[in-house]
Design a protein around this ligand. Structure first.
Ligand code: 3UK
Length: 518
């Protein structure tokens, strides 16, 4: 399938509404809080669209969505698309500063936010000059001024709504991705990208069918979650299982699998590692409904693949995707898996491994991975310079180092920048370094990625101590604890190595690559 195969005027609410004629009574989504049929979702989506219109939300405007996975996230998402607005889905783990930037950058007038996260937004209220309306999911008793509870917002709205005739190249969603330094990068995707990725990978590679039921530990606010656990299954009429809890609670994740009996599981490599750490995994939880597992976000080490296969009998499909491409663009296939590798190219995406000058490299040599496909974003919102570096004509520079083996499988060999993927989520070494520097014993520091005993990358800190402080295991533990208090927990360094001096360039820039080689 190519973009040209779609109608010129196409609204991706079709991914939901294609199910209405024949599957209105089929379960569309289940979660502990709510279970909805396609027909019920369709009606609530229309009510959300009507409620947004009543707030005068127009075509092309961003509506911010900052919520845990649940039915309201989904009906809000499609309600926004249906009226031709753009769903800006925000990561629920960001800092106040990042929310302030994103909400200013996308100029959202309306924010749909979870009651649990609302206090973090209220702290910033004075800085959010575009924000006019706050809609609260799971609101408690006392709502702040200018806020309305989601149920009240949609109550009594008509359950019918005409979709806006969007062009297939009009934007429908916006996700923010972080870089080593600087502001998060806004990535816009068009209506066409949703059915295209669904067909190119969801159907052609993964082999999803109407009788599947998907479950993603990765959240809907990542395109890994939105694609895998909403767009692709609904594209074929399959059902989805939503879980609002944090991915690190492996027992809760396993309980959900046993309770809702999905056939497909999406998780990050760390998630598989955490499930494997549970004693008597298959005896305690019934995993027999699963037919296939998917891993993305960071590379899946072969030992985890093998251990999962040995314990559960299940294959894991590792594929590399990115927010820039919306989803997976290089992947293993159910009938062709090489554990530890990212698999082979599939129809819809062309790949190249090149040197610094852009010259293609022979098989076996490590180089920069470029990708060309019709689901790529066009640029980073409001970031001309960074866009010009990443989007090179028809090609997109992934920032990943790759090599091809003699059999044609692609192997991930790290990043060409200093960014780390920890548990499938970006960590900028600079952010961890600034947390470290706020500890009085730390004079200078640098953070790199190091493999743990499962071959998963975690942050390691190199620290030059301030005068009057001596290296000790107790100080290491104290510094790690200090970082844990300052940032999202997964970002904390797992090891602190004390050194006398950091390697630097003549201009004083820390050479993290030399620490990686040490
Ligand atoms: C890394 C991988 C090795 C790689 C994503 C599936 O992760 C996703 O998107 P992001 O924008 O990050 C993209 C970067 O993450 N990466 C992702 N998957 C793998 N490295 N093996 C993998 N399997 O550095 C890539 O450039 O957060 C993944 C679907 C949708 C996504 N957005």
């Amino acid at each position: 399938m190519r973009a040209d195969d779609l109608p010129l005027y196409y609204n991706a609410v079709d991914i939901l509404e294609r199910n209405l004629p024949e599957r209105a009574d089929k379960i569309a989504l289940c979660s502990d809080a709510r279970t909805l049929r396609f027909g019920e979702v369709g009606a609530e989506v229309n009510q959300v669209g009507q409620a947004l219109r009543a707030m005068d939300v127009r075509f092309g405007e961003s509506v911010a969505l900052l919520a845990l996975d649940g039915a309201e996230w989904v009906t809000s998402f499609f309600g926004i698309l249906k009226i031709g607005a753009i769903a800006a889905s925000l990561n629920t783990l960001l800092t106040g500063e990042e929310y302030a930037y994103i909400l200013r950058d996308c100029r959202a007038r309306v924010l749909i936010v979870d009651g649990m996260i609302l206090p973090r937004i209220l702290e910033l209220r004075a800085e959010l000059r575009h924000l006019e309306h706050i809609v609260v999911i799971g609101a408690g008793e006392a709502l702040p001024e200018g806020a309305i509870a989601f149920e009240d917002w949609i109550a009594d709205r008509p359950t019918r709504l005409e979709a806006v005739q969007t062009h297939r190249d009009d934007y429908c969603c916006l996700n923010y991705s972080s870089g080593t330094t600087g502001d998060p990068k806004g990535i816009l995707h068009a209506h066409k990208d949703l059915p295209l990725t669904a067909q190119l990978w969801g159907v052609n590679v993964l082999g999803l069918t109407e009788s599947d039921r998907t479950f993603a530990v990765a959240k809907l606010f990542f395109t890994f979650g939105t694609g895998g656990n909403l767009i692709f299954p609904w594209y074929v009429g399959a059902s989805v299982v939503l879980y609002p809890g944090p991915p690190r609670l492996a027992d809760k994740v396993l309980e959900h699998i046993a309770r809702y009996q999905p056939t497909i599981l999406y998780n990050a490599p760390t998630g598989y590692g955490m499930m494997l750490a549970m004693p008597e995994l298959c005896e305690r939880w019934d995993l027999s409904s699963l037919r296939l597992c998917v891993s993305a976000g960071e590379s899946l080490p072969a030992p985890i693949w093998e251990a999962w296969k040995a314990r559960t009998g299940l294959d894991i499909i590792d594929g590399i995707g990115s927010t820039e491409n919306y989803h997976i663009f290089l992947s293993n296939r159910p009938d062709d898996i090489r554990p530890g590798s990212s698999g082979k190219p599939f129809d819809g995406y062309a790949l190249r491994i090149v040197d610094e000058a852009g010259t293609p490299l022979p098989v076996g040599e490590v180089g920069n991975l470029l990708v060309k496909g019709e689901t790529a974003a066009l640029s980073y919102l409001h970031q001309y310079g960074r866009s010009k570096e990443a989007f090179i004509g028809a090609w997109l520079n992934t920032g990943d180092k790759y090599r091809i083996d003699a059999d044609g499988y692609y192997w991930h060999c790290g990043r060409s920048d200093d960014m780390l993927k920890v548990g499938g989520i970006w960590v900028s070494p600079v952010e961890v370094e600034s947390a470290l520097l706020s500890h009085p014993a730390v004079q200078e520091c640098a953070v790199i990625g190091r493999s743990d005993d499962r071959e998963l990358i975690k942050p390691q800190a190199f620290v030059v101590l301030a005068e009057g402080h001596a290296a000790s295991a107790a100080l290491e533990a104290e510094i790690i604890g200090h970082c844990r208090d300052q940032m999202a927990e997964y970002k904390r360094p797992r090891w602190v190595t004390f050194i006398d001096e950091l390697p630097k360039t003549a201009t004083g820039k820390i050479q993290r690559f030399r620490l990686r080689a040490s």
